[in-house]
Design a binder for this molecule. Structure first.
Ligand SMILES: NC(=O)c1ccc[n+]([C@@H]2O[C@H](COP(=O)([O-])OP(=O)(O)OC[C@H]3O[C@@H](n4cnc5c(N)ncnc54)[C@H](OP(=O)(O)O)[C@@H]3O)[C@@H](O)[C@H]2O)c1
Length: 225
């Protein structure tokens, strides 16, 4: 799809009937996930086992303290990738426990050497993928060329989802629908950051499948840029 070498990217999210990813701003999505059917949880972990890498945003690590490992099925945990320009995340977050799985921290040239050294001392790989911020096309190229990543899951949050869609790097979207309404005008929804001025800027999706996993409808789309 892209000129640069780039993994196939699947965006996955659990989402309420009103399009929200959590109960409210700053609240962990783990609360919502507790209500997911066992079958849908297994699907999430099975997909992790099938993909080479998984990426979530730094705010998700701060709020959810995610592990991003495969736990509910047999299989190898994917390479964990965290974009964090200044390397200012807590190095003791679960995702940096490299005894569980390998982790790549993607930083920018703004990251302080001392912070990079702290992560490297924990066995975390640190890659520089941008000048001010992490540049996602560049990160995709690094993951593909240096780590042999052919497939990548993006599991949110909304800010990272927006940057990946805006850079036209997402191939597929899978939504795990949670039969709840949580409301709230500032509650995170699937895609943040987006301010479109006309219908020409809408990102178009093509529905390609639906299935029930326990009580959760799962929908799958191709992204049509
Ligand atoms: N329901 C679900 O499936 C689900 C999944 C995941 C998360 N969540 C929820 O989503 C919420 C967090 O989402 P969020 O949107 O606040 O944060 P987020 O997407 O987790 O993190 C923001 C990411 O965007 C990067 N970023 C910000 N500005 C950028 C720029 N200009 N260029 C490049 N990268 C940039 C940040 O990097 P820097 O560190 O460099 O700023 C960071 O990695 C939490 O409540 C979490 O529970 C829900």
């Amino acid at each position: 799809m892209n000129m640069i070498s780039c993994p196939h990217v699947l965006m996955i999210s659990e989402i309420t009937a009103d399009g929200k990813l959590t109960l409210g701003k700053g609240i962990s999505s783990k609360i919502l996930m507790k209500h997911m059917s066992h079958e849908a949880e297994v699907l999430l972990h099975q997909t992790r086992a099938e993909y080479d890498a998984i990426m979530v945003g730094s705010s998700t690590i701060r709020i959810d303290n995610s592990f991003l490992t495969v736990r509910m099925v047999e299989g190898k945990s994917p390479l964990r990738v965290i974009p964090n320009a200044k390397a200012d995340l807590d190095e003791n977050s679960n995702v940096f426990d490299t005894s569980l799985a390998k982790t790549v921290l993607a930083v920018s040239e703004k990251a302080a050497e001392e912070r990079i050294d702290i992560f490297r001392a924990k066995g975390v790989d640190v890659v520089v993928a941008g000048s001010e911020h992490v540049e996602y096309p560049r990160l995709m190229q690094i993951l593909s060329e240096q780590y042999g990543v052919k497939s990548l899951i993006v599991e949110g949050g909304p800010t990272l989802n927006w940057h990946m869609l805006n850079a036209k790097l997402v191939d597929e979207i899978r939504l795990i629908h949670m039969p709840f309404i949580v409301g709230g005008s500032d509650t995170p929804s699937l895609v943040g950051g987006m301010r479109i001025g006309s219908e020409n800027e809408m990102i178009r999706l093509k529905l390609k499948g639906t299935a029930m996993y326990g009580e959760n409808l799962v929908t799958e789309y191709d992204v049509v840029y």
